[in-house]
Design a protein around this ligand. Structure first.
Ligand code: ADP
Ligand code: MG
Length: 242
C-alpha cells in the first residue's frame, strides 16, 4: 500500500524556486531515501510535507487522503513526525520532559504521557540521560533525543533530516541500528542523509534531486550508477573525500 505521496511539489521563496516539480510515492513500511547536494531543496521538501511552509503548488497525500492544507499540528496528529537537521530540543528542559512534551501529541494525561515517554527513551537508549538538561548533551545524544521526541508522537511515517550529520563513525552505526529498529516496528521512514554509507545501506529506494528537481529514482544501486547523480552529487562527495 502507498502510505505517502508527494505530487508535483513546488516552492518559491520570493523569486527563487527551492523545490520545483518533485513527486514521489512511499510504500508502507519502507525506508525511502532523499539525496541531493547542499541547497538542492531536501529540507524544504520536509518543511512542505509537515506544512512548516505552505506550498506554492502541488499536493500531499497520507493514506490516499489529501493533507496539503492541514496545519503542522494536525499532520503530526495524523501520524507524520519529523526531526530537524538543526536539532531543536527544549534546551532548558530535561530529556524526559522533552519527550513527555511530544507524547502529549497523543496522550491527554501526564501519567500516560510520562509512561510512553519513558518507553520511548529506553527504546532509543537514552535512559541514563533522562534527567539531564537537553542542552548539556553532546551532539550524538541530542540527535538521538530528536528521534525520541519524534517517536513519542507515535508516527506512522517518520521524516529524518540528516540524523547522522556530525556523528562519529561509532555513533553513525548506532544511528543506523536505531533507524532500522524503528522501521522494524512498522514505521515508514523518509530519510535525508548526506553520508552515502547510511543512505545506501538502509534505503529500499532513493530519490535524487538537484536544484529542486528530481534527477533519478530507484534502488540504491540504480541511483548510484546514474550519470546525473554521479555528476551532481557523488562527484561532489568524492571530491570532498579527496
Ligand atoms: P538542502 O536541505 O537540500 O540543503 P534547503 O531545502 O535547505 O536545501 O534549501 C533549498 C534552497 O532554498 C536554498 O537555496 C535555500 O537557501 C533556500 N531556502 C530554504 N529555506 C528558505 C527560506 N525560509 N527563505 C528563503 N530561502 C530559503
Ligand atoms: Mg537540509
Amino acid at each position: 500500500m502507498i502510505i505517502f505521496e508527494a505530487r508535483d511539489l513546488v516552492k518559491y521563496f520570493g523569486g527563487l524556486s527551492a523545490v520545483n516539480g518533485v513527486g514521489f510515492q512511499v510504500e508502507e513500511g519502507e525506508i525511502f531515501g532523499l539525496i541531493g547536494p547542499n541547497g538542492s531543496g531536501k529540507t524544504t521538501i520536509f518543511n512542505l510535507i509537515n506544512h512548516y511552509y505552505p506550498l506554492t503548488s502541488g499536493d500531499i497525500f497520507f493514506k490516499q487522503e489529501k493533507i496539503t492544507r492541514l496545519t503542522t499540528h494536525k499532520i503530526c496528529k495524523l501520524g507524520i513526525a519529523r526531526t530537524f537537521q538543526v536539532v531543536k530540543p527544549l534546551a532548558r528542559m530535561t530529556v524526559l520532559d522533552n519527550v513527555i512534551a511530544s507524547a502529549f501529541c497523543r496522550e491527554n494525561a501526564l501519567k500516560e504521557a510520562r509512561k510512553f515517554a519513558l518507553e520511548t527513551i529506553e527504546f532509543c537508549g537514552l535512559e541514563s540521560y533522562q534527567s539531564q538538561v537537553a542542552k548539556s548533551l553532546p551532539i550524538g545524544l541530542r540527535k538521538r533525543l530528536e528521534i525520541a521526541r519524534a517517536l513519542a508522537t507515535r508516527p506512522e511515517v517518520l521524516l529524518l533530516d540528516e540524523t547522522c550529520a556530525g556523528l562519529n563513525p561509532k555513533e553513525v552505526n548506532q544511528a543506523i541500528d536505531l533507524i532500522q529498529k524503528i522501521n522494524r516496528q512498522g514505521v515508514t521512514i523518509i530519510i535525508i542523509e548526506h553520508i552515502m554509507k547510511v543512505i545506501m545501506t538502509i534505503s529500499k529506494r532513493i530519490l535524487a534531486i538537484n536544484h529542486g528537481k528530481p534527477i533519478a529514482e530507484g534502488t540504491p544501486e540504480e541511483v548510484s550508477r546514474n550519470p546525473q547523480v554521479i555528476e551532481a552529487y557523488l562527484g561532489e562527495e568524492y571530491a570532498q573525500g579527496q
